[in-house]
Design a protein around this ligand. Structure first.
Ligand code: AMP
Length: 190
């Protein structure tokens, strides 16, 4: 399966991505994880990305598209993958479409985890207190939600038009939310 997984910061996307990987075994392609690894290794891309990440801004499209296009060429991606945190802008979605059209490997679905903004802010503030993540201060949280609403949410209409969008409710327990995902993914496999 080739799936894009979209959800605002604090929606539980990371947790549900792990559940999807465990059960359906696609390769997990998280651009956030790739950037954090690059930053920890102090590569040039990692150091460049850091200033955007720590203020809740998006890393420039050409950097991210370069990372993903290299990654998608690797052998392990040929059997399917879950794109987690990419694309995040229309320009990234168009670049992805172009790559997939060249390879004749279209997406199967785009999953959207829906959680209202006030609940997201509450969850993110709670996480900030517990984990002390540098990108979880109230200012940065506000910025990440704003960036999502302005730059990423237009992807919903973009994929809706292509009949790929499967939106579901992200409220409830982890198990309840995963059951909704299973219903969607099982129906794709039939
Ligand atoms: P995430 O773990 O997916 O929330 O990503 C953490 C941070 O990495 C984001 O706040 C962005 O600064 C950056 N990032 C991750 N994925 C992308 C992307 N597709 N486009 C631009 N920036 C990204």
């Amino acid at each position: 399966m080739r799936i894009v997984f979209i959800g605002p910061p604090g929606s539980g996307k990371g947790t549900q991505a792990v559940n999807i990987i465990k059960k359906y075994k696609p390769v997990h392609l998280s651009t956030g994880d790739m950037l954090r690894a690059a930053r920890a290794a102090k590569t040039e891309i990692g150091l460049q990305a850091d200033k955007y990440m720590s203020s809740g801004q998006l890393v420039p499209d050409d950097v991210i598209v370069g990372i993903i296009s290299e990654r998608l060429k690797q052998e392990d991606c040929q059997a399917g993958y879950l794109l987690d945190g990419f694309p995040r802008t229309i320009a990234q979605a168009e670049a992805l479409d172009k790559m997939l059209a060249e390879k004749k490997t279209p997406l199967d679905a785009v999953l959207e985890l829906q959680v209202p903004d006030d609940e997201l802010f509450r969850r993110l503030a709670e996480r900030a207190e517990k984990e002390g993540r540098s990108d979880d201060t109230p200012e940065v949280i506000k910025n990440r939600l704003k960036v999502y609403n302005e730059q990423t949410s237009p992807l919903l209409a973009y994929y809706g038009k292509k009949n790929l969008l499967k939106s579901f409710n992200g409220l409830g327990t982890v198990e309840e939310v995963f059951a909704r995902i299973e219903t969607i993914l099982d129906s794709l496999q039939k």
